[in-house]
Design a protein around this ligand. Structure first.
Ligand code: AMP
Length: 219
């Protein structure tokens, strides 16, 4: 099982790059935020509990998050490999992931940090629009061809509730400190690489693929 972790603050481009990587490498894209949103949409008790955190821009408690991820990791479509997007987001989550992978005889191959300054993140998140099928646009950097419509399927684009400016600021304020614990965790393990996430999307993808092919480490 090949395991990659994409790290970065909200809005750094983890989802966009994780999709590219999953496609290029033939492994599963596992986004904790998408799993929470699916539970919320399905109206499960777990989803109702998670929603109270997502609405505030707060992190869902580690125990709930880890349980959800470890369950997902056991499913057949995860066995070839996984690119994690948005997980781990705290030091204890990173440790729990190491333990779950060790049981499967594997480890995180690369943790890739997409580095983007905070002022750019606020700008990106507040101009982010999604299609219900998951295609992501940015009205400034990556606009759809027809305003408000998905290029791929013509569906009406929507804005995430937590991309409203007040929640964006809360997410950044609450989520950056624990994220730095995760960065330190992988730096100590020697498998952290830092990529300039302010570059155009294809340039970021090319940097990541180059890193994976040559096993190069930049941090
Ligand atoms: P995202 O789609 O990755 O921006 O995640 C949306 C929201 O889901 C976050 O603001 C958190 O409330 C929650 N969330 C996602 N991943 C995690 C995680 N690994 N740990 C705790 N909460 C998470």
């Amino acid at each position: 099982m090949r395991v990659l972790v994409l790290l970065g603050p909200p809005g750094a481009g983890k989802g966009t790059q994780a999709k590219v990587l999953a496609h290029e490498l033939g492994i599963l894209h596992l986004a904790s935020g998408d799993l929470f949103r699916a539970e919320i949409a399905a109206g499960t008790p777990f989803g109702r509990e998670a929603k109270t955190y997502l609405d505030r821009g707060a992190l869902v408690p580690d125990e709930l998050t880890v349980r959800m991820i470890v369950d997902r990791l056991s499913q057949p479509d995860a066995q070839a490999g996984v690119v994690f997007d948005g997980f781990p987001r705290t030091g204890p989550q990173a440790e729990a992931l190491d333990a779950a992978l060790a049981k499967r005889g594997t480890r995180v191959e690369h943790a890739i940090y997409l580095d983007v300054p905070t002022e750019e993140l606020v700008r990106r998140l507040s101009s982010r629009w999604l299609c219900p099928e998951g295609h992501v646009y940015n009205t400034m950097a990556n606009p759809p061809r027809v305003p408000g419509e998905c290029d791929h399927d013509g569906k009406k684009l929507i804005q995430r509730d937590d991309d409203r400016p007040e929640t964006v600021r809360a997410r950044l304020a609450q989520q950056l400190a624990p994220l730095y614990e995760v960065v330190d965790h992988y730096r100590e393990q020697g498998n952290l690489s830092v990529i300039d996430g302010t570059q155009p999307i294809p340039a970021v993808s090319a940097d990541i693929l180059r890193l994976l092919r040559v096993g190069d480490r930049a941090a």
